[in-house]
Design a protein. Structure first.
Length: 886
């Protein structure tokens, strides 16, 4: 049983009205009222009475050049005053002049002063990190710079009494501009002469054309689809509607990424402690232990370099870049790396109806003959009577010599065939077909026996119908039933039950025969209903399956659209949106509190303004949700910008594509599960790989702190840490990070990584202290011998962690273990001088083997005790990508 919708708008006859047209009329009325109370000043006088186009003898004179210059001086021109993005030079400076880079450069300079240039190899990763950051931000800047709603370059302006083609930047407030079919409105205007139909779908989300008469406002960025007008500019530059949206969309927004936040947090912590800890360690060795300054410098730098997980940044960028390449093969363009991770963490997905759930086109759902309905037989739906009618209409009188020949079957002998022929002929006669006419044309594309029109009555927003008089003398009308039968209430009441049955899920138009049309297009004579044509939004074939996938994954779905809430609810219900019958008319939500309450309780929202879409997203974020938003129009730009992860269709507006983090190139929402799968693979694999880097960070930080107080020299040099990093951290982390992995995302990224790293760090610290104490004290080993034992022990602990991360084994993971062990061994054996490895002696072996045995047991015990805690935290169902998705 359907629940009572929240604050839905009552209609006198919802069964047969066009919801989008009603919304358009309300928007037009509101616009006119607002304009009337806030009329601009200027030398403009509107011509009285309605008009279909601007007069050639218009009394409007426009501005003079002097008046225009005065307005330019006052800052009232249409010049671009929007938000300027960061320059390339600033991007380069911000990526180079960071605390992280400063720390590494200082360490590199200190190493260079010692003359041991081989120990500067760690700077290679720093350079690569900086290049990746610069390239990513410049690419993002260029996309933002392309963000524009008004793409027209010139306009026809009345200046000094004549129309001139002028650049948009030269337009000033109070200018009179001429707009015709296909023109884009360059600035907010008010119609002062003529009439037109404006396509505001990219701005408002309303899919229907909006009629504009004298006094109505034209929003910048909208298009003129029919008619022509003279309009006076009322808002220019940054004050115009399009400029306000563009400016807000260009505002710099920090990336919402748990991985990036975690990595940056580690680097920030290390950068804070690195200098005081390094100074203490150097002072302890140089002043306290009287170690030569170059040796003390190298050991200190080694400790500090080990604390910095510089490779983790490179690994993260590489893993996400691989995900970008994989998704590009599935027709998904990733414009911001970290959005892949964010989408995998999303728990609320906001969908725009048009372009996401639907294709943005209309289609014929049913064709019903009135006679059958009156007899109680039910409507002829697609595949029954309608298909028979299509076949009859396409084959009848195939030998006709001319398209204006009389129908082969008189009305009544074959109602379905006659209705189909009339519908096909009416649609074909429309010289400026809207979405409805195009849908009918497509449905009857095979019909060739068309009636030739003698006179065409175009659709009017006032009459709500269109029609034609054909050369056989018959006249037909098609439109909303209550308007076609406005003067025949008894007929309307007779067909109302059938009409309401058909209108449950569709927009229904009545087709009737009439005597003729008056000069102004009014119907003459009593209409004789022939049948109905039911129009609906064309739903994407994969929409229900994709939405079912997200529901299975525990993601809450919200449908937010500019269309009529009843229409939106009907479509949402068809694709499986939970509680779609509980819809809300957003025009009733006047406060932020009302928006926050509604978005938490309901799933479907209609008549949503662009700023309300943004408010919905922000309200969900304030309630602790991670929100993704899909959209394709300018009306979605603000919400796309505010969301944690934004997805646009390639067929949508340039503004939506440029502001979105993900673009579906094939315009197919079914690609989204693959993005989630890539996000899960990236997050889970990075968690495993990052633990390898953090072992080194925790171990180096702890060792540096301990050796400030211990009486021994720090047992590592930078080049030795490079050997450990290459084979027990770098190579394994990259291989593991690129494996397939669709497991659940569990717990917190940094907490999971640190938990896996603690066993190795504890074993490493304990082993280093024990080796120094026994090696220096009990056995009397030299520094290079103790250093060698410490290097090999830490490498062994790294292999133990790799072993744990590779469970369960597969051929690739076994090969990885072999390479890690063999690579480290070959480096030690073949290049002992490069890595400062001392030859093994008997005492060294006697100390080394027991240390490895103890570490192996201790590591396993610690890992089993600590790592299972990672499973705590929010979970999702296993990732199962729909098989039929591309």
């Amino acid at each position: 049983m359907a629940t009572e919708p929240l604050a839905t708008r009552p209609d006198t006859n919802p069964a047969s009205t066009d919801p989008a047209s009603a919304a358009s009329a309300e928007a037009t009325t509101a616009s006119a009222a607002a304009t009337a109370t806030n009329a601009p000043t200027g030398p403009c006088k509107a011509a009285p009475g309605p008009s279909t186009g601007p007069s050639h003898d218009s009394p409007l004179r426009g501005l003079t050049s002097a008046e225009a210059q005065a307005r330019v001086a006052e800052g009232l021109s249409n010049a671009d005053t929007g938000v300027k993005t960061r320059s390339i030079g600033r991007i380069v400076r911000e990526n180079l002049c960071t605390l992280f880079n400063f720390v590494n450069v200082v360490l590199a300079v200190l190493v260079a002063l010692t003359g041991s240039y081989k120990n500067m190899l760690f700077m290679l990763v720093i350079v690569i990190n900086a290049i990746i950051g610069i390239v990513q931000e410049i690419r993002s800047k260029r996309m933002t710079d392309r963000l524009a709603i008004v793409v027209a370059s010139k306009a026809s302006v009345l200046r000094d009494g004549t129309f001139r083609t002028m650049a948009l930047a030269d337009i000033v407030r109070d200018d009179i501009i001429r707009l015709g079919r296909g023109d884009q409105v360059p600035a907010d205007c008010r119609v002062v002469e003529g009439g037109c139909k404006a396509d505001e779908s990219l701005l408002t989300g309303e899919s229907k054309l909006v009629p504009k008469a004298i006094g109505d406002e034209l929003l910048s960025g909208s298009f003129i689809s029919a008619g022509s007008v003279l309009a006076q500019v009322v808002r220019v530059g940054a004050e115009s509607y399009a400029a306000r949206i563009t400016a807000e969309a260009k505002q710099h927004k920090a990336v919402n990424s748990e991985i990036m936040t975690s990595v940056n947090g580690i680097i920030k912590y290390v950068s804070i402690v690195i200098f005081p800890l390094g100074a203490l360690l150097f002072a302890r060795q140089f002043l306290g232990q009287h170690i030569p300054w170059d040796a003390a410098t190298l050991s200190t730098v080694s400790a500090l370099v080990g604390m910095i997980p510089e490779g983790l940044i490179l690994l993260t960028s590489t893993v996400l870049a691989v995900a970008v390449i994989r998704l590009s093969r599935r027709q998904v363009l990733v414009q911001q790396l970290y959005c892949i991770e964010t989408l995998a963490r999303v728990d609320v997905l906001c969908l725009d109806k048009t372009g996401t759930i639907t294709t943005g086109k209309m289609e014929v759902a049913k064709v019903a003959v009135v006679e059958d309905l009156a007899n109680g037989e039910g409507p002829h739906i697609t595949g029954e009577g309608a298909e028979q009618g299509k076949a009859a209409g396409s084959s009848a009188t195939s030998s006709s010599a001319a398209p204006d020949a009389a129908p082969t079957a008189a009305p009544g002998s074959d109602p379905a065939a006659h209705l189909s022929r009339v519908l096909a002929s009416l649609a074909a006669s429309d010289r400026d077909p809207n979405d409805t006419a195009q849908a009918i044309q497509a449905y009857f594309a095979d019909t060739t026996d068309l009636l030739a029109p003698a006179r065409v009555i175009p659709f009017s927003s006032e009459t709500k119908f269109s029609g034609a008089v054909f050369q056989d003398g018959r006249a037909y009308v098609m439109g909303a039933a209550q308007f076609v039968l406005a003067d025949a209430p008894s007929i309307l009441e007779r067909i109302r039950p059938q009409l309401e049955t058909l209108t449950a899920d569709n927009r229904v138009l009545l087709v009737a025969e009439v005597d003729d049309f008056a000069a102004d297009g009014a119907v003459e004579g009593a209409p004789a209903p022939l049948g109905f044509v039911c129009i609906r939004d064309q739903i994407r074939p994969t929409a229900a399956q994709t939405i079912g996938y997200f529901i299975e994954q525990g993601v809450t779905l919200k449908v937010i659209s500019g269309d009529d809430p009843r229409t939106v609810a009907g479509i949402a219900g068809k694709v499986g949106i939970p509680h779609a019958d509980q819809y809300v008319d957003a025009t009733t939500l006047a406060t932020d509190e009302a928006i926050a309450e509604a978005i938490g309780r309901y799933s479907v929202f209609g008549r949503v303004r662009p700023e309300q879409k943004k408010a919905f997203v922000q309200a969900l974020q304030q309630q602790g949700h991670t929100v993704a938003m899909t959209g394709d129009g300018v009306n979605d730009v603000l919400a796309l910008k505010a969301s944690d992860c934004s997805v646009a269709m390639a067929a949508g507006s340039d503004a939506a594509r440029n502001v979105a983090q993900l673009v579906l190139v094939d315009n197919d929402f079914a690609s989204m599960p693959h993005v989630v799968a890539e996000g899960r693979r990236s997050i889970n694999n990075l968690q495993r790989s990052a633990s390898l880097f953090l072992v080194k960070t925790l171990l180096s930080t702890g060792a540096a702190t301990l050796f400030v107080f211990l009486p021994w020299q720090y047992p590592f040099e930078p080049i030795q840490m490079t050997l450990i990093s290459a084979f027990t951290i770098g190579l394994p982390s990259f291989v593991l990070a690129l494996e397939p992995n669709h497991d659940l995302v569990r717990g917190h990224f940094l907490r999971n990584c640190i938990t896996r790293s603690i066993p190795g760090a504890i074993c490493g610290l304990a082993s280093i202290v024990a080796l120094c104490a026994i090696g220096y004290g009990a056995i009397g080993l030299a520094y290079d011998q103790v250093s060698t034992l410490c290097v090999l022990t830490v490498a062994f602990i790294g292999v133990l962690l790799i072993l744990r991360l590779c469970i369960p084994f597969n051929p690739l993971r076994i090969a990885l273990l072999v390479v890690a062990v063999a690579g480290t061994a070959l480096g030690v054996v073949l290049f002992p001088h490069l890595f400062d490895i001392a030859p093994f002696t008997g005492p060294m072996t006697m100390l080394f083997i027991p240390t490895l045995a103890i570490d192996a047991v201790a590591f396993q015990l610690l890992y089993r005790a600590l790592v299972p805690q990672v499973a705590a935290g929010p979970t999702r169902r296993p990732c199962s990508i729909p098989r039929n998705t591309p």
